[in-house]
Design a protein around this ligand. Structure first.
Ligand SMILES: Cc1cc2nc3c(=O)[nH]c(=O)nc-3n(C[C@H](O)[C@H](O)[C@H](O)COP(=O)(O)OP(=O)(O)OC[C@H]3O[C@@H](n4cnc5c(N)ncnc54)[C@H](O)[C@@H]3O)c2cc1C
Length: 344
């Protein structure tokens, strides 16, 4: 009789796009379980419905990539509906194109003045007390792959593929996680892992490998200090009998007198019809951790967590796990790279 080979068991902590991509790829060879601390999957890409309109809970999420490998997966999940992202910035009482392009410059003396009025205050609002330590590229078009300060046109992204999920993020993730055991409302930290390993209960003491897509400081109970980051909170309003409020999906509000950073109009992103519209106001929130600061001091703390000796192998992945800014494509690339190594 043929002996059945026990599949290696992998636990993935966190069901954001990194954990989901990992589960999707690794399930072909391993027995994969996902623990997610929230009550649903999706991480920062979670999609909600507000007054019947699709929105993202944690800010507008537009998918863009130059990587065919990433796009292959996206197609299998349901593909993209083409959408070209455009952003305006509200400065001196006017809506001007962003990133800075030739049209923007008509509103300013020169590009220095445009940078001073559009980028600098936005950066300061986003990062608060960390403004001098934070990476300016975060609000810089170069970071978004646009190449230079001055853009020839007003497209926000210049990637080979950009768009919104054709069937929505919710359905993408449902497809990706088919056949994977997902346990929600289940935070998983190092103390639990120790308990899992020692537990006499067979359902616990089973994992061969752990992949953590959460922050390492939280995972290790802050042993070497906290990794600094900033976040945003969101406030949605529904406006009845208003078909569109803004000409584009996202408007930046750099001026410091205005408390919010951005307003997103989701009808434009999700190409929805209806008599009303939903606006989402994004406020800087320094208690939340969406944007890793990742300066030298924090990198040193991060390195300590990475050197910590553990009884079983742990791989840290994704934006929180690697503690660095990653867009969705980059998070998926990280997951693909890890999966390739493990599937060898
Ligand atoms: C406001 C905003 C707008 C953005 N817009 C875009 C955009 O337009 N395009 C783009 O490409 N990217 C965008 N991004 C970036 C995008 O959100 C990230 O690239 C992506 O969500 C990273 O996925 P992740 O899985 O690595 O992390 P997350 O989405 O943060 O997921 C991590 C998951 O792990 C869970 N978790 C953490 N720790 C544990 C634990 N110990 N146990 C169990 N579960 C745990 C969390 O609850 C979460 O669900 C935006 C980000 C923000 C904040």
């Amino acid at each position: 009789m043929k002996k059945s080979v026990r599949k290696k068991k992998i636990l993935i902590a966190g069901a954001g796009i990194t954990g989901i991509t990992l589960a999707y790829l690794l399930k072909k060879k391993f027995d994969v379980t996902v623990y997610e601390q929230m009550w649903e999957v999706g991480g920062l890409c979670v999609q909600d419905t507000y007054y019947g309109y699709d929105i993202n809970r944690y800010g507008p999420h537009i998918f863009y990539t130059n990587k065919p490998e990433v796009m292959d997966i996206i197609r299998k999940w349901g593909g993209l509906r083409p959408y070209t992202h455009k952003v305006l910035s509200f400065v001196r009482g006017k809506l001007v194109p962003y990133p800075i392009n030739t049209e923007t410059l008509k509103h300013f003396k020169d590009d220095k003045e445009a940078l001073k009025e559009m980028m600098k205050p936005y950066h300061e609002k986003r990062w608060g007390k960390f403004k001098d330590k934070a990476p300016l590229p975060h609000v810089h078009p170069i970071k978004h792959g646009c190449g230079s300060h001055i853009m020839p046109k007003d497209n926000f992204f210049e990637h080979r593929w950009q768009g919104m999920p054709a069937i929505g993020y919710r359905e993408w993730f449902k497809k990706a996680l088919q056949g994977v055991e997902v346990v929600t409302q289940r935070p998983f930290v190092y103390n639990d892992m120790e308990r899992d390993i020692r537990s006499p209960m067979p359902e616990y003491n089973v994992f061969d490998l752990y992949i953590v897509t959460g922050y390492p400081d939280r995972f290790f109970n802050g042993e070497y200090g906290n990794l600094e980051a900033v976040g945003s909170s969101f406030h949605n309003i529904y406006i009845p009998n208003k078909r569109k409020y803004y000409p584009v999906a996202v408007v930046n509000f750099p001026e410091k007198e205005i408390p919010y950073l951005r307003v997103a109009e989701y009808k434009t992103l999700y190409n929805q019809r209806g008599n009303g519209t939903v606006l989402q106001f994004e406020y800087p929130d320094y208690q939340l951790r969406f944007y890793p600061l990742n300066d030298e001091a924090n990198q040193k703390i991060y390195a300590k967590y990475m050197k910590k000796k553990t009884k079983k192998k742990i791989i840290f992945a994704g934006r929180q796990g690697k503690y660095k800014y990653m867009n969705m494509s980059e998070a998926m690339e990280d997951a693909i790279e890890i999966a390739k190594r493990l599937m060898k």
